[in-house]
Write a protein that binds this ligand. Structure first.
Ligand code: NAP
Length: 315
């Protein structure tokens, strides 16, 4: 069964929501957007050419409902609108497996439940679609009473991510690897690595702008090489001095202890401790998230970065 001819309703018009909705509309599918009536995104979605519905109406008319509101708000949205309003046999989609895997949503048995998780921030999903390049995606089926859910997920992935690299997986593996990647490597690990390098140079008396260029700004240039051609090609592009330093020094930084810590991070994800902490944090109104957000935005490294970007990128 294809996505064609179905009424698709994308819930949320944020990072992923706008990208999925626009890409599918550009592919010719019948897409509407569903939002809260006081939503800040309502006018933007209308200006982008969508029929915008409130949450109840969106749930009522959808043949395919895609949940692209923040993970922490999805259970409430399911409980208040989707559970009672979705048509019998409708399709319910996710872009991340968290709420299914950690049992925050237990879908009605008649629903066909799938996941299309782009391995990319939402704004890149749209940007790469417009460049006709696409982004990779993980797809999965959790419930399949129609026996047609996998084909629908493939259609969705093709429309939104352009089939750049679509891998079939489970909600469990997508959730656990995604949480591990963002905590240990992509966000948590990377930011701490850059900050530690920057602060080491500052403590030794070097200029803060040099330290920023070296430990933060250049990261993108190196990662771009790895992104397009892998580690070997990156090493071909750097000097022999840099390559020698890479082989001899990397393991002094990511030590056996760091690897043991990574295993602990993964264990907390697998046994549900991280999910439980995050859900409790949400129920308490995000005290840690808000404090850290405020503290980090005023850090010296951010001020230096802003000054350098002002110097480099001003027109
Ligand atoms: N961000 C990423 O790069 C990324 C990557 C891969 C997968 N994902 C997954 O994609 C899904 C969406 O994440 P996102 O980052 O795109 O979310 P997001 O940008 O934070 O979503 C914002 C949208 O959700 C709406 N919204 C917020 N709370 C709501 C509520 N209680 N009820 C109804 N609508 C609500 C907002 O509408 P208002 O205007 O009303 O506030 C806004 O339109 C998540 O499952 C996430 O894990 C995200």
């Amino acid at each position: 069964m294809s996505l064609s001819g179905k009424k698709v309703v994308v819930f949320g018009y944020g990072s992923q929501g706008h990208a999925h909705a626009l890409n599918l509309k550009d592919c010719g599918y019948n897409v509407s957007v569903a939002l809260r009536e006081d939503s800040q995104s309502w006018d933007r979605a209308k200006e982008d050419g969508f029929e915008v519905l409130n949450l109840k109406d969106g749930a009522r008319v959808a043949d395919v409902a895609m949940l692209l509101v923040p993970d922490e708000n999805q259970p409430e949205l399911y409980k208040n609108y989707l559970k009672s309003e979705l048509k019998n046999g409708a399709f319910l989609g996710f872009a991340h497996g968290f709420n299914i895997h950690y049992s925050q949503i237990t879908p009605r048995e008649d629903l066909n439940v799938f996941m299309v998780a782009p391995k990319s921030p939402g704004h890149k999903v749209r940007e790469k679609f417009l460049e006709k390049e696409g982004v990779p995606a993980l797809i999965s089926v959790y419930q399949d009473p129609s026996k047609e859910t996998l084909q629908l997920a493939k259609d969705w992935a093709k429309g939104v991510c352009l089939n750049l690299g679509v891998l079939e997986t489970t909600f469990k593996d997508e959730t656990e690897t995604d949480l591990f990647g963002e905590q240990a490597v992509l966000c948590g690990g990377l930011v701490e690595l850059m900050k530690a390098g920057y602060e080491t140079l500052l403590d030794a008396g070097y200029d803060e702008k040099l330290a920023y260029f070296e430990c933060v700004h250049e990261m993108k240039l190196i990662v771009d090489l790895i992104y397009s051609k892998g580690f070997a090609a990156m090493r071909e592009s750097i000097s022999n001095t840099a390559e020698y330093g890479d082989y001899t020094t990397g393991k002094k930084i990511v030590t056996k202890e760091s690897r043991e810590n990574m295993k602990e991070v993964l264990e907390d994800i697998r046994n549900g401790r991280f999910a439980k902490d995050f859900i409790l944090e949400g129920q308490a109104g995000y005290p840690i998230l808000k404090t850290m957000r405020n503290r980090c935005k005023d850090e010296k490294i951010e001020v230096v970065g802003n000054e350098l970007r002002e110097m480099m990128f001003k027109k």
